[in-house]
Design a protein around this ligand. Structure first.
Ligand code: XMP
Length: 327
């Protein structure tokens, strides 16, 4: 099969009309490629896989099976949103896999960041492959590959994280309906397909999820504290009108405690570190100058509402010298 490439003269999809035209064209192409075969998709709930799912549901409906793996490192409310949008609203054939214990047991006691990433990546493939083998007659695998993935892998910047990784017995033909699109175009298409804004305009989120923000060896209590603190940060950024404006914002809860006082008693607890950055391409980043009143409000909420956290810090470091994630 010849590789599909973005035509040099392709118009950037910047309007709902252009998005609708792309959708019509893709649905035709998908119907042609898929025929009456079955397609499988790993649906993380991120922008790219969600748009691919929505396109495929339109094109081939129940011939698509989506697998959502909850590895325990997703943000608060994410697995529920995937189920609500795709199973309940779009009537998709969705398999929800609760793999939380599997992942957290494998990660227990592992503190090296690269080892953590490898475990998460390998376990994900393992869980997905197990689900794929349970299904009968699936010949195609859909992926949310986008145009920058192709360009970056050609430039040797990063290994193309989609395409492949599955064991040899799972030899699927690929379906990549957003392959020639840039990220902003994927969002336009997602909006035109009726996906909720919270999904379409979502900030970038790393594959290893909260795992790289719960630094060192992950424990369930610290991971829960991180998930709650992160949810408060996102809620307050949304109320302050910053949600669509700041490129990426999140919380880190390091494996370190300090002395504090809560309700007149000594509280030896973790800090929550806030990171909010702006960038074009994630290669370098600047710090968002957050209003002090907002920082104080977030601090008050996190320390009052999240068990185990007694301090809030703001990371003032641009990239370089800090990377965006802490691990
Ligand atoms: P760094 O930390 O390298 O992050 O400055 C740059 C951007 O990439 C995201 N990131 C990842 N995304 N898998 C991903 O899919 C990963 O392992 C990963 N690590 C970092 C990060 O969130 C930021 O947007």
């Amino acid at each position: 099969m010849t590789e599909i490439r973005r035509p040099d003269n392709m118009q950037r999809i910047t309007t709902p009309e252009l998005a609708s035209a792309f959708i019509e064209e893709q649905i035709k192409a998908l119907k042609e490629q898929i025929g009456n075969k079955k397609v499988l998709l790993a649906l993380s709930g991120g922008v790219d896989s969600s748009v691919v799912a929505a396109l495929l549901i339109k094109a081939v409906g129940k011939q698509l099976t989506c697998v959502h793996v909850n590895h325990g490192l997703l943000r608060k409310g994410e697995p529920e949103q995937v189920i609500e949008v795709f199973r309940n609203q779009m009537n998709a054939d969705l398999i929800y896999v609760d793999a939380v214990d599997r992942f957290l047991d494998k990660l227990a006691g592992v503190s090296d960041p690269e080892t953590k990433r490898k475990i998460i990546g390998a376990e994900f493939i393992e869980v997905f492959a197990e689900e794929a083998r349970k299904l009968e007659g699936v010949e195609l695998l859909a992926q949310g590959t986008i145009w920058p993935d192709i360009l970056e892998s050609e430039d040797g910047i990063k290994a193309h994280h989609n395409a492949g990784g599955l064991p040899d017995d799972l030899n699927f033909e690929l379906v990549e309906p957003v392959r020639i699109l840039f990220k902003d175009e994927v969002r336009m298409v997602g909006k035109a397909l009726g996906l909720p804004d919270g999904m379409v305009f979502r900030q970038p989120f790393p594959g290893p999820g909260l795992g790289v923000r719960c630094t060192g060896a992950i424990t369930r209590d610290r991971l829960e504290a991180l998930r709650e603190a992160d949810a408060i940060l996102r809620e307050e950024f949304a109320s302050a009108g910053l949600a669509g404006k700041v490129w990426q914002y999140f919380v880190i809860v390091p494996d370190y405690k300090s002395t504090g006082v809560k309700d007149g008693k000594r509280a030896f607890e973790w800090p929550a570190i806030i990171r909010a950055v702006n960038t074009r391409d994630a290669m370098s980043a600047t710090i968002e100058r957050i209003d002090y009143d907002l920082l104080e409000k977030i601090t008050a909420r996190i320390t009052a509402e999240v068990p185990g956290i007694n301090r809030v810090l703001y990371d003032l470091t641009p990239k370089p010298t800090g990377t965006i994630e802490w691990e």
